[in-house]
Design a protein around this ligand. Structure first.
Ligand code: HEM
Length: 449
């Protein structure tokens, strides 16, 4: 009996929560939570319209993915002979197996979307300036790992959709000069997807990437604390009051987080009960479906590949985009817009103009290229005609838009950069939408349906 008492008192030793009511029944929970949260946060940062709970939703989805993924490991077998069978068995015979698979799949897609929307909210509230610059970079790393996790998981059911989506996506690597083919062979474990690919993807999906996330995510959170919490929202031109009104983390922040956690879980559970994760026939390496499409989140790149020389589509354009994203926090801005949505009223209007221009231009250029330019097949596509020239035209459109924002609309640097960012992001989203819904057999343009 004495041993139990010793163990019990060792667990509850010491004062659990200084400066608080010793009779509070939740003192241990509070004490635990406050080990990794500040005791108080600025009241303004609790506004839903600052974060839209997107960081929290991403965190909840990540945890859900890890837990559901762990359970899936009990049934899934990473060999071409049994992978498909184990997924069918999971859906047909394992209690709640289909629900589990659905939750894993829809959480993965939802995470891609919430992480992307979180990136947009961080950008549009100027939450990437010092001292948060490096956390933007960490965030980009997290986003890449999330995208790779989705990609590597996509192959695992080993059905026609997944097999050919991975085949077409990895074939883009062939166009990366010097290292492309070697990297592709290394990832696939051979010239085309086969047993070694499944093993590689399985190990990367279930061990390497989750471990990277387990290190990167706490680092992301730690950087938020080092920056004294999230950015403080304010209206354009508004001076923040000093001192800022604060509220206790427990219960004000934590209760909101718990409520949002249940909302996210309810949405995922509801969607998973209504819609099954897709599963086509077992992979047949000898027969490709028509059309053969990459996973939906890579359709923007596949669409670019339809118009640009592969070297530009597979390497130069993605690398330019990545370099631009990495550079964003280190540009020498000329105004302090931290915490102000869209920098200012003018910034908001400019972003709207950029978004509309991006949709109209992208659709017009895709139609022009598909209906007019591609008809001219007599001239074989050259790296200049389909690569350098259109690429330089894209850069000129971006640069022209920046100059227009500065000269005609007298925008400051923050607003002009935001306009160009919007132009690029909306163009990429438009390409993705065209690729997913407006390409049919033979990847021809068609009306959605
Ligand atoms: C797995 C993906 C991610 C998770 C789970 C995550 C999680 C979070 C959380 C919980 C916060 C606290 C504020 C909030 O909820 O908005 C936050 C803030 C932040 N995140 Fe992320 N994040 C992810 C990806 C990203 C990405 C892709 C970026 C940008 C490239 C980014 C950059 C930042 C920055 C700069 C902050 C500080 C924002 C501020 O101070 O207002 N994060 N993140």
């Amino acid at each position: 009996m004495k041993i139990f008492q010793s163990v019990r008192s060792s667990i509850r030793s010491g004062s659990p929560y200084a400066n608080n009511d010793p009779d509070d029944p939740r003192k241990y929970l509070k004490n635990f939570l406050l080990h990794f949260r500040p005791t108080a946060v600025p009241e303004r940062t609790l506004r839903f319209t600052l974060t839209w709970a997107l960081g929290l939703a991403s965190t909840v989805l990540l945890v859900l993915l890890m837990l559901s993924g762990l359970l899936l490991k009990f049934v899934y077998e990473p060999t071409p002979v049994y992978a498909y069978e184990s997924i069918v068995h999971l859906g047909a015979e394992v209690p709640f197996g289909q629900l589990l698979r659905n939750m894993h799949r829809w959480s993965g897609y939802a995470l891609l979307m919430t992480a992307f929307l979180h990136l947009l909210r961080v950008f549009y509230t100027s939450a990437f300036h010092a001292p948060r610059q490096f956390n933007w970079i960490v965030g980009l790393g997290l986003f890449s790992v999330v995208a790779l996790s989705n990609f590597t998981g996509y192959l695992l059911p080993w059905d026609q959709i997944s097999y050919w989506a991975i085949t077409i996506s990895t074939s883009m690597l062939d166009y990366v000069p010097w290292v492309g083919t070697t990297v592709k062979a290394w990832i696939l474990g051979g010239p085309e997807p086969g047993p070694a690919t499944l093993m590689n993807f399985y190990a990367i999906h279930t061990a390497i990437l989750p471990i990277m996330l387990l290190f990167a995510l706490p680092f992301h959170f730690w950087r938020i604390r080092k920056a004294n919490g999230v950015v403080i929202p304010r209206a354009p031109e508004e001076e923040l009051p000093t001192p800022l009104p604060m509220v206790n983390t427990v219960p004000h922040l934590v209760s909101r987080e718990v409520a949002m956690t249940f909302v996210v879980l309810a949405i995922i559970l509801g969607v998973s009960m209504l819609f099954n994760a897709p599963l086509a026939e077992q992979a047949n390496p000898g027969m490709s479906p028509n059309p053969t499409k990459a996973p939906w989140y890579f359709m923007g790149i596949q669409e670019i590949l339809m118009h640009f020389h592969p070297l530009f589509a597979a390497l130069i354009i993605p690398a330019t985009l990545a370099a631009g994203l990495l550079y964003i926090p280190y540009i020498n801005y000329d105004a302090n817009t931290q915490g102000v949505w869209f920098c200012s009223e003018k910034g908001r209007r400019l972003a709207l103009v950029a978004a509309i221009a991006a949709i109209v231009l992208t659709v017009a250029l895709v139609l022009l290229d598909d209906l007019l330019l591609s008809a001219n097949t007599a001239t074989p596509p050259t790296i200049i005609r389909n690569g350098l020239l259109p690429f330089l035209s894209m850069l000129a459109i971006g640069g022209g838009f920046y100059a227009l924002a500065k000269k005609v609309f007298a925008a400051n640097k923050n607003e002009a950069v935001q306009a160009v960012f919007t132009l690029v992001m909306v163009a990429f989203i438009t390409l993705t939408v065209i690729g997913i819904w407006f390409r049919g057999a033979g990847m021809q343009l068609m009306w959605a349906g």
